[in-house]
Design a protein around this ligand. Structure first.
Ligand code: SAM
Ligand code: SF4
Length: 317
């Protein structure tokens, strides 16, 4: 269905957990999350109902996210249930990749069509520093497992962080020559708890084209990324600019958090609960949330932070 600004809303991002096996510095605090009461989180059945309700309103693309969706007990059977919901034509999942060596095959069998894998650095020490605990080799093994299992259009997501990984833009981009993957550079968003980073960390996407003058523009594919390609590469380079050039006018998505709050806009504090509802009430509530989707998220910068009032692991990115 269309929202009040004429945008066709076809994309739902569902966070299935706030928990994660990593602690990325821009995403969540070191000591993890204050664990919410089990009864305050959506049950598996409620998640399936929510997706059914959203599909009945015209959602065709579903992305499973988190926290880390692969630490969610029962994630494979949940994905299997989502993939069978009438109207859902594309089932995607965003992951840090570290558990893919074990789960890539069952996820593919369960009907997951596409994977986005987050990777900000190719240096093992820096990987440990940014994730506060991760092993780079596990994430790289995860990417290889996804390709081995035949996932197509695998995307590697790297958050651009000035003074941390801007020197690795060429090396990360080179992955598109090494593997049949797209690499997407995403501007760091000033969330609630990204206090580890000073103003110099917030660099615009244009840094990528400056560092890689050989990039050739590619026709956009309908997504929010500006697309380029390195000569001879197997995949594209995507630039995603939520901060320096927002794409609110083309935004086609809504989000549902693991504790059952619809977020019509990532950076707004507005949240509408669907916890405890049946199918019909969920459908009415999601309809209302779509109609309340704001026109844009307001200015974002180091000093004008997101109004989301949650860290990214509690929203889903
Ligand atoms: N755990 C999974 C992962 O890391 O891919 C899925 C959830 S994570 C919250 C989804 C995406 O949000 C990741 O690609 C992550 O890099 C990105 N993200 C988290 N905090 C961010 C921030 N402050 N600015 C930009 N991207 C952020
Ligand atoms: Fe976990 Fe993903 Fe957040 Fe990193 S970005 S802490 S992997 S949820």
């Amino acid at each position: 269905m269309k929202d009040t600004y004429g945008r066709e809303i076809t994309y739902l991002r569902l966070s299935v957990t706030e928990l994660c096996n990593l602690r990325c510095r821009y995403c969540m605090p070191e000591d993890g999350v204050v664990k919410k009461r089990h009864e305050d989180m959506l049950t598996h059945e409620e998640m399936v109902l929510a997706v059914r309700a959203a599909a009945s309103l015209g959602i065709t693309k579903l992305r499973i996210t988190g926290g880390e969706p692969l630490v969610k007990p029962g994630i494979v059977s949940l994905c299997h249930a989502f993939s069978r919901i009438e109207g859902i034509r594309e089932l995607c999942l965003t992951t840090n990749g570290t558990l893919l060596p074990r789960l890539a095959a069952p996820l593919r069998e369960a009907g997951v069509d596409r994977l986005n894998i987050s990777l900000d650095t190719l240096d093992a020490e820096k990987y440990r520093r940014i994730t506060r605990r991760g092993e780079l080799s596990q994430a790289l093994n995860g990417i290889e497992a996804a390709l081995r299992e035949g996932f197509e259009k695998v995307k590697i997501n790297a958050v651009l962080i000035g003074g941390f990984n801007d020197d690795e833009i060429p090396a990360l981009a080179e992955l598109t020559r090494q593997y049949p993957v797209d690499v997407r550079f995403i501007e760091l968003m000033p969330m609630y708890d990204s206090g580890d980073f000073g103003p110099e960390a917030f660099i615009p996407y244009t840094v990528v084209t400056e560092r890689l003058p050989e990039l050739e523009p590619v026709k956009a594919d309908g997504g929010v990324a500006k697309l380029y390609r390195l000569p001879g590469a197997q995949g594209n380079i995507g630039l995603i600019s939520p901060v320096s050039a927002h794409f609110c006018a083309e935004c086609n998505r809504i989000r549902i958090t693991a504790d059952g709050k619809i977020k019509p806009c990532l950076h707004s504090s507005e949240e509408i609960s669907i916890k405890g509802m049946g199918l019909e009430e969920m459908e009415q509530t999601i309809r209302r949330a779509i109609l309340e989707k704001p026109q844009w998220h307001g200015q974002l910068s180091y000093s004008e932070r997101s109004h989301a009032n949650r860290n990214m692991n509690q929203i889903g990115g």
